[in-house]
Each structure stands twice: as C-alpha cells, then as structure tokens.
Design a protein around this ligand. Structure first.
Ligand code: PGA
Length: 250
C-alpha cells in the first residue's frame, strides 16, 4: 500500500516564530494519522521544526534544497549531510522554481539526488510541463524525458525510496488547478512509465503527489483519483486550517 502524503512547501515564507506557530496550530487541529504530513520549511527553521514533531509518526520535515557537493568552500550553502544531521528525513529536488530561477539543470539535479540518497534523505522529486508543452500536446513526452534523464540511473532499491510530485508549471501559484482528468491522466502515465522501467511492484508502491494550486476546495476530488496519492502544496500550506483540511481530504 502506498503512503498518503500531504507536503507543505513553505517556500520563502514565515519567519521562525510564525513558522513554529503554524506547526503548533496544525498539530492541534488533529488530522488523520493515516496521512503523512510533511513541512518543507526554510533551512533555518529546520532544527526547531524537527523538535516540534519528533514524537509524531504522522509528521515529518523536509528541506527545500541542498547543495550538490558533500562539503567544502561553498559560502552560504547547506549540504545534504547537514540537512540529514538535523533529523530531517525528506528533501524537495527539481522544483520548477529552482529549475527556472536558479538555473538548476538536469545534470545538477542528478547530483543533488545522488547526494541526498547517499545521505539517507528521501527525495520528493518534482516534474512538470509548461503551458506551451501542454497546449502543444507535448506534455507526456516532456514528463517521460524528465523522468528518464533525472531518475533512470538509479538502482531499483534507490528508486523505490522516492516520492514523485507532478507539478504542472502552469498551475503553480496561479490559482489554475489541473482538472481531475488531467491529473489522473498524468499520474497514471507516470506510474506506467515507472512500471516499464522498474516493474510493477515499484510502480505500484511509489507515492505520486499532485502540486499546483491544490487547496482545501479541490483536494478531495484530486485525491479521489486512483493514481493521486496526495499533494505538494504551496500557498495553501501556509494556513493551518487549509493545510489540515487538505490533509483530511482523502
Ligand atoms: P502552489 O505551489 O500550491 O502555491 O501552487 C505548489 C508548489 O510550488 O509546490
């Protein structure tokens, strides 16, 4: 059985006090224990966030990034081993904002993936097409290529640790959500591609999250799709009630 997951990607929002208050509020609101809730916080919040959730099986912390080298003279950067040493278990890699604003190319993402896995972090790997690809009906091919180029060097054992997030770029932060037909279609496609490469057991057990303007109103119908195992949520993860409602939408 694959895990149901709702991950909040805080991006560059909330100071430390606001962030810790948000975690306190969400914990108080009581969401289903069957759903793993992940907070992807800014780096400086991470140790405090880990402390808040340390006795809770249904909560975890993610980093939003790490450097691609193990250590060294990289002023201002944070390594995968530092992230892991804080008690953080997950890491977002391949988010479209990092691909576009920080020029993260596929070879760089491969390095980040490898170093994250080597340090025992679980990557939440993001894929997604832009609007032009969608309008030109190229979206399946784009995602096929993103999966192949970034992930297919992994051994089955490493691949099976991943969480995949399908985030159509045109839906991120825009208020436009993929329809259930679009989301299910792509999630099913991703699962069948993984099946072709890694086989049925791995493809059936990998969690594939939807991201892109997922909110308290649309989460129920998205999560009802057979191949949608949860969400990677940006804007709506910054409000305790909304995030909890999303986590309770399965
Ligand atoms: P959004 O962001 O929910 O604000 O669209 C999702 C994401 O970027 O992960």
């Amino acid at each position: 059985m694959r895990r149901k997951i709702v991950a909040g990607n805080w991006k560059m929002n909330k100071n430390l006090e606001q962030g810790m208050n948000l975690i306190d509020e969400i914990i108080k609101l009581n969401s289903s224990e069957n759903v793993l809730k992940i907070f992807a916080t800014p780096f400086i919040h991470i140790t405090s966030a880990v402390e808040k959730i340390k006795d809770k099986k249904d909560f975890a912390i993610a980093a939003q990034n790490c450097h691609h080298m193990e250590s060294g003279a990289y002023t201002g950067e944070v390594s995968a081993s530092m992230v892991r040493s804080s008690g953080t278990e997950y890491i977002i890699i391949g988010h479209s904002e990092r691909r576009s604003y920080f020029n993260e190319t596929t070879p760089l993402l491969v390095q980040k993936l490898n170093i994250a896995l080597a340090n025992d972090l679980i990557p939440i790997f993001c894929v997604g097409e832009n609007l032009e690809d969608r309008n030109n009906n190229n979206h399946l091919e784009v995602i096929r290529q993103q999966l192949k180029d970034a992930l297919y060097h992994l051994s089955p054992a490493d691949f099976s640790k991943l969480i995949i997030a399908y985030e159509p770029i045109w839906a991120i932060g825009t208020g436009v959500t993929a329809t259930t037909h679009q989301a299910q279609g792509m999630h099913n496609f991703i699962r069948s591609e993984i099946n072709k490469k890694y086989g049925k057991e791995i493809s059936e057990n990998i969690s594939i999250l939807y991201g892109g303007s997922c909110n308290a109103e649309n989460a129920k119908e998205l999560f009802a799709c057979l191949d949608v195992d949860g969400g990677l949520v940006g804007g709506a993860s910054l409000k305790a009630n909304d995030f909890t409602a999303i986590a309770n939408s399965f």
